[in-house]
Ligand binder design. Structure first.
Ligand code: ADP
Ligand code: ADP
Length: 224
């Protein structure tokens, strides 16, 4: 059974731009799955459809056995999405942000393991510091913590290391790998082959809105 199933997914934006064209993908539970493609390929569009931020034109998306049209809420609860942008309110602390997020997702106060989640991303000692005092790397890790507040089985990261220096990239890689090893299914988009190769056990290549390859990383690398 799959974590995410995408069947015949298409998206045409107003004005006629075709961003996705008949995309089908099946992401196994527990996988570390990479969606690799150049800028403009359609990666963000695909993630935004799963996040409920963009309406699809055609096709079917099932997340942890919940159809995003028929069972939107459960589909949404099954994923945590880490956005590209580092927009965090500078005058809130990590602890406060996770509490607000937990409230939005209806996590009962007694089940909010705020400190444990901050600890999982290496931010326990920054729980009560204002976000404006956190480095770029810490902010990225805080966004991962926010995405995990409702304990989703799937974590989706949209270009997590775009514009990030090597040291920080290694740190983020190690963190996401650990989360995957602990059982979280990971879907990551990237335009770095090197990143997909390093992390993912399966890679789908997307270009001009179409999936042009989808294979285990080892067989894909033998061909490129
Ligand atoms: P990415 O960094 O994921 O490639 P872009 O920088 O191309 O994304 O776009 C950022 C945001 O701007 C996207 O989330 C998208 O909704 C919007 N956008 C991108 N291209 C267009 C466009 N041609 N017309 C309107 N909005 C766009
Ligand atoms: P990627 O994330 O792979 O860079 P996107 O999904 O952001 O790709 O974009 C796919 C295509 O759709 C691009 O040509 C982009 O300009 C276009 N696009 C993205 N968002 C919008 C939008 N809101 N309106 C119109 N075109 C868009």
């Amino acid at each position: 059974t799959h974590a995410i199933r995408i069947e015949g997914l298409s998206k045409t934006y107003k004005g006629g731009k075709v961003a996705l064209s008949d995309v089908s993908l099946a992401i196994p539970r527990g996988a570390f799955f990479g969606l690799l493609g150049p800028n403009g390929a359609g990666k963000s569009t695909l993630i935004n459809i799963m996040a409920g931020l963009v309406r699809k034109t055609r096709g079917r998306v099932t997340i942890w056995d919940n159809d995003i049209d028929k069972d939107e809420r459960n589909a949404r609860l099954a994923i945590g999405i880490v956005p590209q942008e580092l927009n965090l309110d500078p005058f809130f602390t990590p602890r406060e942000m996770l509490e607000v997020q937990a409230g939005l997702y209806g996590v009962p106060a007694a089940e909010r393991r705020t400190l444990a989640i901050l600890d999982a991303v290496g931010l326990a000692d920054k729980a009560d510091s204002y976000a404006r005092s956190l480095s770029g790397g810490m902010r990225r890790r805080l966004l991962v913590a926010k995405a995990m507040v409702h304990r989703p089985p799937i974590l989706v990261l949209d270009e997590p290391t775009a514009g990030v220096d090597i040291a920080l990239r290694q740190q983020l890689w190690a963190m996401v790998r650990r989360l995957n090893a602990q059982g979280t299914t990971v879907l990551l988009t990237t335009h770095y082959l090197e990143e997909a190769e390093e992390l993912c056990d399966q890679i789908a290549i997307i270009n001009h809105g179409r999936v042009v390859a989808c294979e285990p990383t080892s067989t894909l690398l033998r061909r490129v």
